[in-house]
Design a protein around this ligand. Structure first.
Ligand code: NAP
Length: 323
């Protein structure tokens, strides 16, 4: 070991949403002294705690009869991990080196020759972020009528008019789900043709509570403290209008946070990490869990479940490696 080389840890976990912190709880309880790089505060979902930091009440996480606020739930995850000895650093990984073992992880300047940290096993739990419209009012009203998760927030809009933005399968799936609660669902799409699969289109078109606003983009989310309306612009005529809604679900796609790994790990066509046999990536000793490898379920509970799987996979890998 050179004078500048850091000691080799058993496991480093990158990311601190439900997946990363569950992996931390389990690896800490297995005496692996995990180091969690939780990210740095930002307004995006790659901040410490992940996407739940951007939600208000979480009613579908089992065990909380009356629900719990997203940030409080993540604070509990974090305290539980620390209680068992997880070391949590509020830093962002800026580079990883996975072609040699122990694996190298950099924070700060990625051009420095030596990694900041080294570990025998790595858990990637960097999550995904919802693409956003980036219009005035959207960020301010996120969690107060603006949402990116119908499964999480649909229930709060019982008998209220809402809008879904997007024309893909996600948008129509959300619209169909939301039609069970809302008084009306307006799908706002920037073109006059949907991108979604035919079967989803047929289902949405047959649903009496769903209507479509074609060739329309949202230019502003209006409301004080809660959503009151959306300012719309017709992309063909340029005409502007207001749509009165209590909720706005943005469903224009997701982006997994995989930039750091794209040249070193196998990704799907849509940029998610490929896992096999549990949480294994294509590099032995590197495991992935949560939304960074899941484009289907994307729930806090499924992320936590896969975090547990990653921790157990790490244990098995380290046992095998030290034999
Ligand atoms: P997607 O297929 O990429 O669709 C995104 C939609 O959002 C498109 O209609 C796009 O419009 C629109 N959009 C993108 N950026 C926008 C912007 N800035 N402003 C307004 N509209 C914007 O994403 P997805 O619906 O999340 O689906 C992702 C993948 O998961 C797809 O392969 C999909 O089939 C799959 N998926 C499947 C299911 C299912 O089978 N049940 C459910 C969900 C998702 P344009 O059409 O004009 O580009």
């Amino acid at each position: 070991m050179s004078a500048t080389e850091s000691p080799v840890r058993e496991v480093i976990i990158i990311g601190s949403g439900p997946a990363g912190l569950t992996a931390a709880i389990y690896t800490a309880r297995a005496d692996l002294l995990p180091l969690v790089l939780e990210g740095e505060p930002s307004s995006n979902s790659d901040q410490p705690g992940g996407q739940l930091m951007l939600t208000t009440e979480v009613e579908n996480f089992p065990g909380f009869i009356d629900g719990i606020m997203g940030p409080e739930l993540m604070s509990n995850f974090r305290s539980q991990a620390e209680r068992f000895g997880a070391q949590i650093e509020t830093v962002k990984a800026t580079r990883v080196e996975l072609s040699t073992t122990p694996f190298g992880v950099w924070v700060g300047d990625p051009s420095t020759p030596d990694p900041t940290y080294r570990a025998r096993a790595l858990v990637i739990a960097t999550g995904a972020r919802s693409l956003m419209l980036n219009v005035p009012g959207e960020a301010e009203l996120l969690g107060h009528g603006v949402s990116t998760c119908a499964t999480c927030d649909g229930f709060f809009f019982r008998n209220q008019p809402i809008a879904v933005v997007g024309g893909g399968d996600s948008a129509l799936e959300e619209a169909i789900f939301l039609s069970k609660f809302a008084s009306s669902v307006t799908v706002i799409h920037r073109r006059d043709e949907l991108r979604a699969s035919k079967i989803m289109q047929d289902r949405a078109r047959a649903n009496e509570r769903i209507s479509f606003r074609w060739n329309s983009v949202v230019t502003e989310v209006l409301g004080e403290g809660k959503v009151r309306a959306l300012a719309l612009k017709d992309t063909v005529t340029g005409e502007t209008s207001e749509l009165l809604v209590d909720g706005c679900f943005v469903a224009i796609g997701h982006l997994p946070n995989t930039d750091l790994f794209k040249d070193q790990l196998k990704l799907t066509d849509t940029g998610y990490l490929v896992t096999h046999d549990g949480t294994n990536t294509n590099v032995p000793g590197v495991f992935a869990c949560g939304d960074v490898q899941d484009s289907t379920y994307r729930q806090a509970i499924t992320a936590a479940g896969s975090g547990c799987m990653a921790a157990i996979d790490v244990e098995h890998f380290l046992e095998g490696a030290t034999e």
